[in-house]
Design a protein. Sequence first.
Length: 537
Amino acid sequence: MADTEVLIVGAGPVGLTLAAALGLKGVRCTLIEQKEAPEFLPKMERCNARTMEIYRRMGLAERIRAAGLDGRIPMDVYIVLAMNEPPLLHLPYPSVAEARAEIDHCNDGSLPLEPYQLISQYTLEPLLKSVAETLPSVTVRYGCAFLSLEQDGEGVTATVRNRDGGTASLRVAYLVGCDGGASPVRKELGIKLRGEGNLLQLRQALFHSADLFDKIPIGPGPGRGRHYHVADGQATFLIMQDSTEHWTLHAVVERDEDMAAQFERTVGVPVRYEMLYVGSWKQNLLLADRYGQGRVFLAGDSAHLVIPTGGLGMNTGVGDAVDLAWKLAGTLQGWGGPNLLASYEVERRQVGDRNVGASRYASLGRRKWRAQVRPNIRDATPDGQATRDNLVRVAGVEQRKTNEMIGAELGYRYVGSPIVWEEPGGPEHLFREYVPTTWPGARLPHVWLEGHVAVQDRIGPGYTLLRLGGTTADTSALEEAMRSTRAPFAVLDLADQAARAVYGYDLILLRPDMHVVWRGNEAPASPNQLAAVATGH
Ligand SMILES: Cc1cc2nc3c(=O)[nH]c(=O)nc-3n(C[C@H](O)[C@H](O)[C@H](O)COP(=O)(O)OP(=O)(O)OC[C@H]3O[C@@H](n4cnc5c(N)ncnc54)[C@H](O)[C@@H]3O)c2cc1C
């Protein structure tokens, strides 16, 4: 481990993604995890579209889909009294296969290249672990706990406890705390979380049932879907995991053992099942005051804690990991200036902040329709019917806030970043809508080229100058300036008119993460300054 450049603390999905992303760039890193092995515990189960685009760029999307839920299975959301009764509300959502067909036929930049994918954290973590372990520059050590750190101008010294109980010291250039909500690394730095903590405590249980999926009645059935919210006073909901045989139930109940009865009441028909796990979790909406200090950074739940409503927990963390990975690599490879790593907090903390807001917006929507539940909701009386009608009316608006977050997923744009050539103003950040844009700081929208090739697949791992629509602009000075930074750089000529039409400009300079640094129709007036900004000088 003596030659490790980056120490990653915590092998949740964020630490594992960071290890893989650094490993793919050849950075020597060590990932330590206090657990002996990945655990079969339920947590996240959905990689959103942006995360799947990121995994595609890392060459992992197809492996993740193969390990996750079959793409043909419906993703519908139901609000029910119980699953053996007709639903109060049915919100259909496209399966992965349907979403992919829609993406295949759309070329206005409004859709992601990859649809979302259902994959449970207990499946994703071992998969990412096996990826990280095969990368030559990555060392993965389970059964190794971070204890403390000290840093100086040249590096960080971390004290860890090894599997045998002994302690050891590690000297590295950088350390990243991907160590979850309780983050010992964050505490070592004295960084506070701010916001709303412990909003609600729920119990969660994981069930195995080989027959439930085939029997889901929902009235006349088959009512196959992904989420079943029970209109009760206990915030009960059932979620299909990444096999049709595993389900998690969340509810506010007194005791662990109450979860089995709650499951039976929710399902409403006799099924064979086994309760594999029960635990409790708390809803939080919290953001760290800072995303690190000096040579130590925070990523994932150590920096932001959201309510899973809207699925912006792990997905935001994956965005942190890949952002930090290329900036660490650029700095360690010597071409990145001081603004490169400094931009990590500027860019990712604003996304964390917005996503805490998006999660609040979605969960308040959920709370609003749940507040319409009255004791008479099951009554076969005009008053009972009025309660149900009102709940459906409110839920028809409010529940959608959870499941329709395309703006938060794709539309984030880095504002005020020292490594983006700012254009003042810019489109509003909308949680629910995604409007394709190449405004500096934004993710490059997905466009199909002739032959059904995605622009994203043509873009290499470094900086890219896109020359669009057959432009004849002389960009040699910018190319020379970029090459002189020694950062990886390529020029990509795309004569295709579809890309030019969506992107709206002849020239676009992209960063390694496919976010826009600069755009224009003529070569930039100060190419050396632009190259310096882009690379953090
Ligand atoms: C019920 C539920 C459902 C969810 N659903 C979704 C969803 O659908 N989509 C989504 O995006 N998010 C979801 N989330 C949130 C998601 O699970 C988290 O955002 C995600 O796990 C964060 O990943 P992480 O790697 O940052 O942290 P964690 O997964 O918490 O991993 C941190 C790791 O650090 C290790 N660690 C801690 N301390 C030390 C130490 N001292 N030394 C070494 N290792 C240490 C821990 O053992 C752990 O393995 C859900 C969460 C819950 C509770």
